[in-house]
Each structure stands twice: as C-alpha cells, then as structure tokens.
Ligand binder design. Sequence first.
Ligand SMILES: [Zn+2]
Length: 139
Amino acid sequence: MEEFKNILKYLENLADAQLESPNVIIEPYESIVDAAIKKIKQKEPLYFKGIRTIKIVPSSDYGHVKSGPNEDPAVVFINANRLKQELSQIPEDEMVNLVASVIAHEVGHVRSFDPEKGFVGGESPAEAEEQRILNIIRN
Ligand SMILES: [Zn+2]
C-alpha cells in the first residue's frame, strides 16, 4: 500500500513537472502546429507553461478545451486538418499566424480555468488572448 502511494505521488509530481515546463508536446506531431508554437515562443519563450499537451484531433471546430470528470483542462485540442484545408489559399507565413491565433484562443480558455467555476468568462478571455498573440507575432 505504501509503495502504491509512492507511485501515485511520483506520477503526480511528473504531471506537475509537465505543467511547469515551457515545452509542449504535439500529439501526433503536426508541422503547421509546430511552426505556430515556435513563432509564439520566439516572442514569449515561457508561453506554454501550464499547457500539458496539444492534441491534434478531428472535430467540428478549429479547436477546443474540455473540463469535467476524466478531462484535463490543461490540454488544448486543435483540428489541424480543418485549419490546413480552410487556410490552404493563404500565404504560409500568415497561415502560421492564424494557426497560432487558434492555439492562443484555446490557451486563453486554459488560463481562465477555475476548478470550481470552470472556464471563467466564456469566450472573452480566449478572444482577447487570440488578438494579443496575433498582434505580437505579426509585428
Ligand atoms: Zn473559444
């Protein structure tokens, strides 16, 4: 039993270490998302502290976050296929900017999370963060 507790404690610390790290893992790897992350980190190296993973998933939106039982509000979900499809006519540099703004939108949701109240403020903190990052990386 004591050993089991130690394992749990070890896993808990591992999870926290992941949140403390400014590096974020993309699962599975997606080059346009990687380029967007690098662009944000050029301006703000510690930007992804507090974000556990960026998961590339098919969904009906550009991206989302989740809370509730068995969900991790520090995970950002990005629908890379839809972004690549819809932005395919846009010059690559601006395409990377727009993907970065979608990621920043979801990061805005993650940072607004309160364990008791959920994602506080709805879309406004997400939209504010999306605009803030767009302004920074376009300049
Ligand atoms: Zn949103």
